[in-house]
Ligand binder design. Sequence first.
Ligand SMILES: [Zn+2]
Length: 487
Amino acid sequence: MSREQLEELAWRLHELARLLANRAGEDSSTSSRPPSSDDPFRREERGKPVAADPDGAAADSSDTAPEKAGKPDKNKIAKGPGKQPGAKGHWRCQPIVVSAEVAHAPMVCAACSAALGPDLKRRCVSAHDSLELVRGDMALQVTATRHSYFAVRCPCGHDNVERPRVGLSSLIEGRKRNLRMSERCLVGPMLATFIAALSLRCRLSRRKIQEFLRDWLDLELGVATIERCIHEFGLASEPVVERLIEDVRAAEIVHLDETPWYQRGVLLWMWVAVTAATIVYRIGSRRKEELAALIGDAFLGWLVTDGYGAYRDHPRRQRCLAHLIRKALALAEGYYGAGSGFGRDLVRDLRRLIARVHDGADADALERLTTRIKWNCQCNRHEIEKKVRDLAGEILKDWDAVIAFVSDPNLPPTNNDAERALRHAVIARRISFGTRTDEGSRFYAAGLSVIDTCRRRGVEPWAYACSLIAAARANLTLPTIPAKAAA
Ligand SMILES: [Zn+2]
């Protein structure tokens, strides 16, 4: 090539490299991409917490007024979420139209066990209104009921007073108001379940739920009341999830996967364990202890996982082939020269292996196929291209886990079950930027576990959730999720 041609070529290469480097460095702050597309690891490096609500971000960009420039500290003081001290209060402006009344009177004397008949004089000690969602056939209606509580004096002299029962509570030190579940509540169990369903299953924000209830059910509820209902469902779900974790530990095959999750902008991980009849989520760090919290230290069954190192110690493991096939596809379709042939062969052989095992091919044919895959990897183990070398080494290093499903036809070759279970949470994370507190993360994971386990077992989740909330408020034994009908 002439000198001009070389210079031209070098110039064009330089431009291409610059373009690609710029594009690779772009994130939500330097392009029109959404913040959810930012690399989770780099986001943490920058140490900049994710904007929790769009209002906050808008306020930041608007306060460029010159008089504020002199005293930046005033704007930097982090305000807590919710109502600020001194702010104007809100209260209920929609009158409640009561359509039914329920009297709660003591039936038996606590002192002498005599029956307290309706002939005895009773006096009303407390009353509250309760809004409830009534699900009819193809109908949805909110009704208000007045619950009155009475005191009755027994002929023996004992004063029996009926009170709304108080159930589970979540106490956190230093919090102004703790969550205490009680029968004395404005929102009935089914309406609370409905609100929790809008949040957890339909991924609506608290404000959107408020808007929905106002627009479609003509029901005015505060954001705090809505928040409370969602948290009540999470709190009631926690003891149920403890039982579900026992089910997971006793299972034969457990699918495991994890995805990034944010709690107040801090990078955490959402784990999921999926068995034939149970799904349990957990939000925590990415360390192995979180894994132990899900499946225990003495798990004897099979794990189906991706290549993440925390899983490697478990002796009975099936490696997800879909991940390996994707990596091989990247080699086959990328600009790798020598690697593309290896990638192509690997994709073909792995797919063929899955199909042959599924069709129940004879042992000799399977043996030939696995030997070819292994040989192919061994040939490319010292390939000059790093990506090729890495993939071949990865498969060889984890060889037993890659082909475990060949000798055990019950094992699934891919981890699709766990990945599908995480999709819902991944979309929720992109909408909401995760949770804000430890309690919120725990409740969110517990609520999702209960809903998804119900769905997996063919149980209607919302009727179950309603009975769960009602039992947790009344301090009764919590119902368990029925086992799968088919199993
Ligand atoms: Zn008595």
